[in-house]
Design a protein around this ligand. Structure first.
Ligand code: G3H
Length: 541
């Protein structure tokens, strides 16, 4: 069997799919959640085709796994009205509820979604081709994130339970919600990254319009009833449909107070500009990134290779934090490319359910053609694919390509490939790598590989002002989730970590009064009678 045939053979016939991972039946979603109830949908639908093709006598065939509603502007605007009404200018049940009660609602919701774990994990595998192990990890990490968020909010609330006295003024400072949040997540972490904005936005008392990502939509369907049952009417509303059709009207309405989007800076810019009063819009954005690895002459090469494989190819390179360009000191380049090629050759390729699989099919239908275009562009400017079989494609599967030497005339030098292609650039002077980061439109993270203390220190100081996280001798990554996750330039707006997200989706409000006898009495009476949820010294455990 030649390698092209081998690639085809990773796709299996329908009957060879293991029972545990088989989808019992296609999932045809014909309802959506809006204003506290599931609304039947009889209009246009989108057909979901899995990246997992099926082998047949006639060749590889795409597999339809279900459909979901393609609603129009009308349903989107109705959902917006529901969220606006539930917020009710900050007077709604949810934004005025005590923190303890809001936490109780989110806890109830979490118990409900845990019951859906198997369904969601299976859909993650079929909708975006994520391996079983990584799909389970994504689900579990999301649940852990929710619990960590609850703990962080309790902490925040405890700190806010006290009064501050300054210059004869007594004040209580708490964080209050911002209003209606439009929340859109990405296809690569459709559950986790969506929930890392949706949950903090929700728990801080905002009301939501939630649009699932284009790929990774159906997996949210099993969770809709939990949203409906665990939160007051209109607090969580879903919107389905083509983003470019339904989102502009929502933004133009001026009723969206927070835009949270994990996606491209181009889309984020266009959407923000549609808001009639941009000063009223807060944006929490996770955007484009082209994280670089800088491997100096003093690096531990074995470690650098190991981390490059993880950084560039985990989930087929489809992570915003992925290493998307590698700078290698020219003196180590040949050895590095040799070791990297060997390491890539060892990665298991296959379907998402295969144990130990590292490389799986890609969910974006246009991606294999785009990656081919990037590779061809690099070849036309003097690069080579250095690893055996690099760039070979079978349907939705693309075998990783290590491309060398990459230079500034190639797309791979600047574009975010978001797939299994590793561009490698040789350098002679570290200054070249710093210049690259200065010129780059991205500013998320960087990885430095070196064991030389002076060299590492000399890179840290300029690079912390170019990106938001400098990783030493390890790949770039978002986690642990308590660390701030942000970026400079076109890579992000606002900061997400368990604690930062709570701040991002809220604003400080304070109640202040001159400290005299009558005000003291008044404040004490309010506290003793428990008549305000804001002005309160109740302590949350
Ligand atoms: O796609 C971007 C994700 O936030 C990356 O998270 O670094 O933990 O894979 P990760």
């Amino acid at each position: 069997m030649n390698f092209q045939e081998e690639l085809h053979s990773i796709f299996v016939e329908e009957q060879a799919i293991p029972d545990a991972f088989r989808l019992e039946k296609e999932l045809h979603q014909r309802e959506y959640l809006s204003n506290g109830s599931m609304h039947a949908w009889a209009g246009e639908v989108h057909t979901v085709i899995s990246p997992v093709y099926i082998r047949t006598a006639e060749g590889l065939k795409p597999k339809v796994i279900g459909t979901y509603p393609l609603c129009s502007e009308k349903e989107a605007m109705e959902a917006l009205d529901a969220a606006v009404q539930a917020y009710n200018n900050g007077r709604g049940e949810w934004p005025t509820m005590s923190v303890a009660d809001r936490i109780a609602h989110v806890e109830k919701f979490t118990h409900r979604i845990i019951e859906k774990k198997n369904e969601v994990v299976k859909l993650l595998m079929w909708e975006i081709g994520k391996s079983y192990a990584d799909s389970v990890k994504e689900f579990d990490r999301t649940v852990e994130y929710i619990y960590a968020t609850i703990d962080a909010l309790k902490d925040l609330d405890r700190q806010s339970s006290r009064f501050t006295i300054e210059q004869g003024i007594v004040a209580q400072v708490r964080r209050s919600p911002l209003g209606v949040v439009l929340c859109m997540g990405p296809f690569n972490y459709p559950l986790n990254e969506t929930f890392t904005t949706l949950i903090p936005a929700l728990i801080m008392g905002n009301t939501l319009l939630f649009k699932p990502p284009k790929h990774g939509t159906l997996l949210h369907y099993p969770l809709l009833e939990a949203f409906r049952d665990c939160f007051p009417k209109g607090v969580v509303n879903t919107i389905y449909g083509r983003g470019n059709k339904i989102i502009p009207e929502l933004m133009k309405s001026g009723k969206i107070n927070v835009l949270t989007l994990i996606g491209s800076s181009k889309v984020a810019n266009e959407l923000k500009k549609l808001h009639p009063k941009i000063n009223r819009l807060r944006a929490i954005l996770g955007l484009d990134a082209k994280n670089a690895a800088i491997i100096t002459a003093q690096a531990d090469l074995k470690l650098a290779v190991q981390e490059t494989v993880l950084g560039a190819l985990s989930f087929n390179g489809q992570r915003c934090t992925a290493l998307k360009i590698i700078f290698i000191h020219r003196s180590l380049a040949d050895e590095f490319l040799e070791q990297l090629s060997q390491a890539v050759a060892k990665l298991k390729i296959g379907m998402p359910w295969v144990e130990g699989v590292a490389l799986t099919p890609l969910p974006e239908p246009q991606k294999p053609a785009y990656l081919k275009e990037c590779i061809e562009d690099a070849l036309s400017h003097g690069a080579k694919v250095v690893n055996e079989h690099g760039g070979l494609t079978a349907a939705s599967f693309v075998y990783p390509a290590i491309v060398y030497p990459v230079n500034n005339r190639m797309k791979l030098y600047t574009e975010e490939q978001f797939g299994p292609v590793i561009p490698v650039v040789p350098f002679d002077d570290l200054e070249e790598t710093i210049e690259y980061l200065i010129e780059s439109t991205h500013g998320q993270q960087v990885s430095i590989f070196s064991n030389d203390e002076e060299e590492v220190a000399a890179l840290i100081d300029p690079l912390v002002n170019q990106v938001s996280r400098v990783n030493i001798n390890c790949q770039c990554q978002r986690g642990p989730d308590v660390f701030p996750f942000t970026g400079r330039k076109d890579s992000a707006e606002g900061t997400l970590s368990v604690v930062d997200a709570l701040r991002s989706f809220s604003i400080r409000s304070l109640v202040a009064s001159k400290l005299n006898e009558s005000n003291k009495k008044l404040i004490n009476e309010i506290i003793d009678s428990n008549s305000s949820n804001f002005l309160s010294t109740k302590y949350l455990f």
